[in-house]
Design a protein around this ligand. Sequence first.
Ligand SMILES: Nc1ncnc2c1ncn2[C@@H]1O[C@H](COP(=O)(O)OP(=O)(O)OP(=O)(O)O)[C@@H](O)[C@H]1O
Ligand SMILES: [Mg+2]
Length: 141
Amino acid sequence: MLQPGDIIWLRGELGAGKTTLAQGIARGLGVNEPVLSPTFTLIREHRGRLPFFHADAYRLEGAEQAADLGLQDYFERGGVFAIEWAEHIADALPEERLDVLLEGGMDEHRRITLTAYGERYAQRLNQLEETLASAGFRDNG
Ligand SMILES: Nc1ncnc2c1ncn2[C@@H]1O[C@H](COP(=O)(O)OP(=O)(O)OP(=O)(O)O)[C@@H](O)[C@H]1O
Ligand SMILES: [Mg+2]
């Protein structure tokens, strides 16, 4: 369901599964090269059905450091932009985004909470709920 220009915040503590989820998103976008953690490279770019930009702001603090990333260029390239530790550079990012919070991780069980910021993503969540419901999944909160 991802569309050109989508921005996803992957949130959760160290080891929550953000990079792993990014790998799943990449698979869904048809990327067929390895998706590695961008902790040191800050942004990695992959080619799929849409361009997939995978960023990690863990080592950044504040809008000034974020400016070095040239984020605006990425936002304008019609890809999907997924970022770990976005809260470190929140001031440099658009407010509208899909927020994905991962919790748990001591075993294979994880809770995923999706929050839409902006109408664009609210519609997408409705669409996702319908798809999940028709596939027999129940929304438990
Ligand atoms: N859904 C899952 N089921 C089972 N294991 C998982 C799942 N998601 C992640 N893991 C495992 O948890 C570990 C940490 O995952 P990952 O690197 O994706 O976390 P992260 O949130 O990106 O961490 P960081 O904050 O350091 O970037 C890895 O060993 C990974 O294989
Ligand atoms: Mg990671």
